[in-house]
Every structure is written in C-alpha cells, then in structure tokens.
Design a protein around this ligand. Structure first.
Ligand code: ZN
Length: 431
C-alpha cells in the first residue's frame, strides 16, 4: 500500500536530489540546467538578463562558469576536489593555476574550527578572488611545502538567468511565490525552496484558481532586484500576497518571518495557519530578514511578502555548510512544509468578505442546517455548530474570513466549509 503522503514526500525529495547535481551560482550554466530540471515538472519560461545591465542600483555581473577545481599537496595527492563536493571552491573564484607555499595557500582557505567536519559555503561575487573551503580537521593536517592550486573557471560577459511562470486565475490579482536559485548543493537552504515552488505550481495548475500566481526562480538579491526592475509596476499593482520559499525541508519547528509592514494579507494568513496547525512555531521579526524579502519588502517595492519555513537560515547548525544535505531534509519535512503552504493558499483563495442576508439570526432549522449540526459525531460537531453561529454573528460585510476566524477562535479551514453551506442556503453573500 502506498500512502499518498509518503509518495508525494518521496517525489519532493527525489527532485531535491536531482537538483544537487548542477553546480549553481548567481549566474552560469548550472542555473540553466536546474531550471531545465524544473521544466520537466512545470512549463517554466527561462529568461536572461545580459551582464552589465543596470537593475535599480545594481549591475548584472559577468557570468561565471566552472569546470574543475582542485588542490594537490606537495606529494601530488589531490587533497581538495571540487568534483567530490561543490562547496570546496569559493563561489565566483577567478581562474588560477599556480604553485603556492602553505602560508600562501592558508590565505585562500576557509574552514570552521567549531564544526571540524563541515565544509563551509563561501562566495565572493563582487570582489575578484580565488579560494577553497575544506573541513577544519583536514586543514589541520596540512604540512609545509609547495601546493598546486587549479581553478578552471571563466568570468566573462554572459547573462543572469531566471525562471518565471504565470498561472492565470479568474482575476488579475496575484500571489507571488519566489525561490532562489543561486546556492549549490545545500538542501534546506535552498534546494527545498525550489522543490516547494515547483510542486506548489504543479498543484496550482491542476484547477482554475481565483488568483493569478506568479512563480519565480531567481538568484538571491541580484536576481530579485533584476526581476523587479522588469516587473515591479505590475507586481505593485496586482500582488495581494507573496511568500519567499526557503528552508522548508527539515523536520524541526516551523518559522515565520513577517513582511516589513507586518500586517499584510500574507502575514495574516501565515500567522493564522501556523497558530492553528503548528502552534509551536518560532516567530521572527523583519529585523531577522535575510532572503529576498529584503528586496520585495524594501521601501519603494513594498510588496506584501512573508516567509513560512522550517529552520530559518542562519539559525541551524548545518546552515551554509556541507551538513545541509539530503539527510537533514527529509520527505516528511518537505511534505509538511508543502502542505502548510497549501493551507495558506487555500485560505487565501476563499478569503472573501461575508455578509448575512437577513436581519436577526437566520433561521437555520428551516433550512436543514441546524439539524445537520446536532448530529453527534457528524462532521458538523457541536464545535462547528458554534462556529457557524459565531460566523453569522460577525459576517457584517466588513470582515474577511481570516478576521472572523481570528475573532471567533476557529481555524479558517473550518469556516470555509461553513461559508460554502451558508452561501448555498442563501443566508450569506460574499464579495
Ligand atoms: Zn543562503
């Protein structure tokens, strides 16, 4: 017997595994290859922004590609091999082919004394530099002598690549889902974000929705800035809520990071779902920001973008190291975050403003609604009966579903079903 949950969790995890293969940075072939892997699931458009393009206050950098990188010890043994672990090379390292002393090599090595078995993730996007990363345990074994360093990379005019998919809804108002594409290898930060974005898009495409969905895969920071420089006018006009998708694959507690405004529809729905479905979640402040919400929520962009994740970037021991791998991220962890984000979207889709069509309490009994409520053990338990009565008491045409759910202490998902019944009976209208 295949449990559908397990099957889907495994599918999410196997896409995560497939995405560990391409080497990614903020530009380069690995990003394109990753987007092509995602295209096997959803009809993503791949777009290019040429190097040198001005995007707001930034300039799209040269494109960086790497084929190989290694270090040979004085005996000619390969002690660092990029092909064994992509994190061994500092991202955006300029090409080099030389013999250096141990002292010189040390200036270009990065390790974590406090985590002696982890290879750190280091980049140098905007300063020309070359370097290697290794475990501190291996670094401590290095002996004096001449080392051969070889980095076969290119840094030249090319472009920055991003992926985009617009899923049209019944209205033009949009929900933004954004994941970043620039990290190599590491799974919670951020392969999990790409996997969640892919599978949420796949699910959203399954039926016609109320909202239009803007699904984007961009390199962090420069990519979201480049993307907004092309699309901000439309995004500002249409975006009703958005989510950054990152760090969604481990099994630890959920985390919530608000938008700058803190009280947007994205914040309200995220907080509501987490409070009801995962009450042990960790609540961060916008002061703890660190991913593309920095751009989306910046003054002038002002987009309503919040983040629902598991272990937040920067807070978990495996973060930005080789330990952030396919063991830390599990099918169960990925599936949980996927389901939680789906719940947020389901509630957004049904978040109308409701109004009773009767003065005084409507007579539920004559419409068969009250009887339904009092059947013990049925879906409409006593609790749901109370929810129905409370929902009607607050459906005054000024409050949306989430507001009413918050006031009456009910999960919004329960109110969705109640609202459907009451609308069918003609006792509430919605707008
Ligand atoms: Zn990161």
């Amino acid at each position: 017997m295949n449990d559908p949950k397990e099957t889907l969790g495994d599918e999410l995890h196997s896409l995560a595994k497939a995405l560990t293969r391409p080497y990614r940075s903020i530009t380069g072939e690995g990003v394109r290859e990753s987007l092509r892997i995602i295209q096997k699931h959803i009809p993503l458009k791949i777009r290019e922004v040429p190097s040198g393009t001005k995007v707001f206050d930034w300039t799209v950098p040269k494109e960086w590609n790497i084929r190989d990188a290694y270090v040979l010890d004085p005996g000619g043994n390969k002690i660092i091999d990029f092909k064994k672990n992509y994190l061994h090379v500092v991202g955006y390292s300029i090409p080099t082919d030389s013999k250096v002393s141990l002292d010189e090599l040390q200036k270009h090595l990065h390790s974590l004394p406090a985590q002696p078995d982890a290879i750190p993730y280091v980049t140098s996007y905007y300063k020309e530099y070359w370097g290697f990363c290794m475990t501190d345990r291996e670094r401590r074994k290095l002996k004096k002598g001449k080392y051969t360093v070889h980095i076969d990379s290119t840094l030249e005019k090319g472009s920055l690549t991003y992926g985009e998919l617009i899923i049209p809804g019944r209205v033009k108002d949009e929900v933004l889902l954004s994941a970043y594409t620039c990290h190599p290898l590491m799974v919670n930060d951020n392969i999990s974000g790409k996997v969640l974005n892919t599978f949420l898009a796949k699910w959203l495409m399954g039926e016609k929705r109320r909202y239009t969905y803007r699904i984007v895969f961009v390199p962090e920071t420069i990519g979201s800035i480049a993307y907004m420089s092309r699309n901000l006018k439309t995004m500002r006009k249409r975006t009703i809520a958005g989510f950054c998708l990152t760090c969604g694959g481990d099994e630890r507690a959920y985390s919530y990071l608000p938008s700058r405004a803190g009280d947007t529809l994205a914040d309200r729905v995220a907080l509501h779902i987490l409070k009801h479905s995962h009450p042990d979640f960790i609540r961060y402040s916008f002061l703890d920001r660190g991913a593309d919400e920095r751009q989306y929520c910046s003054p002038g962009a002002d987009l309503p973008v919040a983040t629902v994740m598991r272990s937040k970037y920067g807070t978990y021991p495996e973060y930005h190291t080789s330990l952030d791998d396919l063991k830390l991220v599990t099918p169960k962890g990925l599936f949980g975050t996927y389901s939680t984000l789906k719940e947020c979207i389901d509630v957004l889709e049904q978040n109308y403003v409701y109004k009773t069509t009767r003065v005084g309490e409507p007579q539920l009994g004559k419409r068969g609604l009250y009887d339904n409520l009092s059947v013990k053990g049925s879906f409409f338990s006593f609790k749901n009966g109370q929810y129905m009565s409370d929902f009607l008491a607050y459906a005054d045409g000024t409050r949306d579903l989430i507001s009413i759910a918050e006031i009456i202490g009910a999960p919004a998902q329960a109110l969705i079903e109640i609202a459907v019944m009451l609308r069918a009976a003609g006792v509430v209208s919605r707008k």
